[in-house]
Design a protein around this ligand. Structure first.
Ligand code: NAD
Length: 344
């Protein structure tokens, strides 16, 4: 058995998960890493490529090709005694409208993981989402979203993540009443994540990647009129660093449990993003100018015009502050994508 800790990463064949695995190995080369993924949206290639980008030896961890709801979590945690479980597996296609499937896969399969982690005192970090906010009053005011503004999501994906947080709060409270201690469970509301490793996400890839794909293929980038819709775009390296911090693998050895925002703390307009992608590809302002089109009324009703993470508690609770300026990160990403033979 390895002297170094064991980690379990669900959704490890996905975009964030594959980058997280590489980051764990970079930090602790001899660690035991158990990946659980049903390959519904992920691929082995994400893991291979994340290792290559991090200049690591080939992946040699363990892979359970299973859905999270097929795992006996109590037995797995007893057998492997992980230091932390990172639960990132989810249906990530926010346009899925099968509500039963979304809630079964994202929320119900979380319950046994949460229960087993509480029972065995294993650290648990799970992915929630900025989709839990829907369109809070702060969106109209164009001010950062404080944690308490969430809970009225616009789609069932956001609702499934909100329900995970509700399960977390209820189980933590019960645990606190029984034992007098808060369990080490951290939910992270990721905002719009971009960066290497997302090329297999198709229509769910970040706006930065979609703008790159359009411009690179010689098309004018298309944006809803007037391109001033703004989102909190956060680089995957910052997301991974925060996820590690939440498990006590950052500078702070005992971060606070709870739910936190993970973003850049800045709202970036789509128009500015298109400019930076163009500039990353070495094009001038006049090359392939943005083409604007009207937002359909059906989209308008649920559209998030503005998102921005309030990071006050992320800093105080987890000791995490993002390092990558989103526009600089997008420009560098477009440059790297443009320079590579294939999309990374
Ligand atoms: N990327 C973003 O912008 C973003 C924003 C907010 C929240 N999140 C959340 O972060 C997490 C990671 O997202 P991502 O962008 O890497 O998505 P992704 O689709 O690339 O990765 C998800 C992974 O989970 C796997 N998976 C799905 N359902 C599973 C199940 N039931 N059992 C086992 N494996 C399963 C998929 O095959 C895939 O490898 C997700 O929980 C997502 O909801 C992501």
């Amino acid at each position: 058995m390895s002297q170094l800790p064991t980690y379990i990463v669900t959704g490890g064949a996905g975009f964030v998960g594959s980058n997280l695995i590489a980051s764990i190995y970079k930090r602790e080369p001899g660690a035991r890493v158990i990946v659980i993924d049903d390959f519904s949206s992920g691929s082995f290639a994400n893991i291979v490529e994340a290792h290559a980008r991090a200049r690591l030896p080939p992946f040699s961890g363990e892979m359970l090709a299973s859905s999270c709801d097929e795992i006996d979590w109590d037995s797995l945690l007893e057998e492997s005694a992980p230091l932390a479980v990172f639960h990132l597996a989810a249906i990530t296609d926010t346009t899925v409208v099968d509500e039963r499937r979304m809630i079964e896969q994202n929320t119900e399969s979380f319950r046994p993981i949460l229960g087993a982690c509480l029972q065995s005192a294993t650290r648990l970090v799970y992915a929630s989402s900025a989709a839990t906010y829907g369109t809070p009053p702060q969106a109209a005011e164009r001010t950062p979203f404080p944690l308490e503004a969430a809970g009225r999501p616009n789609n069932v994906y956001g609702f499934s993540k909100w329900l995970m947080e509700c399960e977390h709060h209820a189980a933590s409270e019960a645990h606190r009443q029984d034992s007098g201690q808060s369990p080490w469970v951290v939910g992270l509301r990721y905002f719009n994540v971009f960066g290497p490793g997302e090329s297999r996400k198709g229509k769910m890839a970040s706006m930065a990647h979609q703008l790159f794909t359009q411009i690179r293929s010689g098309q004018r980038p298309r944006l809803f009129k007037d391109g001033l819709q703004a989102r909190d775009q956060v680089h995957v390296d910052d997301v991974v660093a925060c996820t590690m911090c939440a498990a006590g693998l950052g500078e702070r050895k005992r971060p606070s449990p709870g739910v936190f925002n993970v973003g850049s703390g800045r709202a970036t307009t789509f128009l500015d993003m298109a400019e930076r992608v163009r500039s990353g590809l070495g094009l001038s302002r006049d090359d392939l100018p943005v083409e604007f089109y009207e937002m359909p009324a059906s989209v308008r009703a649920f559209y998030q015009d503005y998102t921005c993470a309030d990071l006050t508690e992320t800093d105080s609770g987890l000791g995490f502050v993002p390092r990558i300026d989103p526009l600089e990160g997008i420009e560098a990403y477009a440059r790297a994508l443009g320079a590579s033979q294939r999309c990374v």
